[in-house]
Design a protein around this ligand. Sequence first.
Ligand SMILES: Cc1cc2nc3c(=O)[nH]c(=O)nc-3n(C[C@H](O)[C@H](O)[C@H](O)COP(=O)(O)OP(=O)(O)OC[C@H]3O[C@@H](n4cnc5c(N)ncnc54)[C@H](O)[C@@H]3O)c2cc1C
Length: 315
Amino acid sequence: MVGAGVVGLTTAIQLAEAGATVRVVAERPPGKTTSAVASALVGPTFAPAGHPLRRWEDASVAAFAREPEGSGVRLAPGLLAAREPDPTTPPSGISEVPADAGLDDIPGMRMAEAGELPEGFSFGFHARLPLVDMGRYLGHLERRLGELGVEIQSGRVESLAGLGVSLVANCSGLGARDLAGDVTVEPVRGHHVVVENPGIDAFFIEAPYGRSWAGIFPHGPHVILGGTADVGDWSTEPREQDAAEILRLCRAVEPRLNDARVLAHQVGLRPRRPAVRLEVEEVAGVRIVHNYGHGGLGVTLAWGCAADAAALLLA
Ligand SMILES: Cc1cc2nc3c(=O)[nH]c(=O)nc-3n(C[C@H](O)[C@H](O)[C@H](O)COP(=O)(O)OP(=O)(O)OC[C@H]3O[C@@H](n4cnc5c(N)ncnc54)[C@H](O)[C@@H]3O)c2cc1C
């Protein structure tokens, strides 16, 4: 197994639970991956029934619902809202939203009344979705793996077929660009500002069009504020102007954030690809299952993709 982000850890758990002997090799430990930066709302993908994204999302939602208290997962109330549509603003590119997207079957969906929307917003709906505190959840997944007898080894892998084993799961995220020679994987840089929680319980997310939008994700004592999307930008250094823009957008939606103390800045690179790569490849007698390229939906799709990847590898 290559990779110890949310996709690698969930895939390793599925493989170990299916009876395989698993070893995870990762250049970065879970806490230093892109996965550790995610906000991390599970869904909605808006994919219609039958679409692979919808199947993976549904399987993940079910798996998150089974996680115990203390794992970092909770079912959170929230508002998803959009401003007046601007046909000149392109999508941010952080997730694949099918053209025939619908609101059907989103848990707890209720259209927002005009008076419930922040100023400047013309459309919105309430929902109850899994919200994951990734700092805690990645630790929980590591403990689950430990209980299954799986170790995470630190190291950079140069060749998927050169690991000395016959079955390999490639969950290297953006690293697949080099490791699998896949130039269609590219970064979509995202900045978060982490602030002290002034008493917010519900999440808020603006439809992510353009370069920046308001995103408010409360995780107990802290709130993650976003978001930004810079396609093709490899820098993981925080930028002052991004932070200022995020704070401006979020404070306009939620005035309780005006005096919230800034605790940290986080930057992550979403591993975008035209579509998730989830397929088997045979290289020099080694059976490889690729599971990467989840863009801005890696947490949302993790458990569904992990189940498919494990089934494909062990078939
Ligand atoms: C700002 C931001 C907000 C986000 N919010 C959400 C959200 O709300 N909901 C959601 O679903 N998703 C969200 N995402 C997306 C999500 O974080 C990613 O899709 C997900 O983390 C990808 O997980 P991964 O395991 O594939 O990759 P990563 O977490 O990047 O892990 C890749 C692993 O592979 C290892 N690796 C790579 N190359 C090699 C190599 N050659 N040798 C050894 N190891 C290697 C790395 O070291 C690492 O351990 C967000 C992302 C960002 C940046």
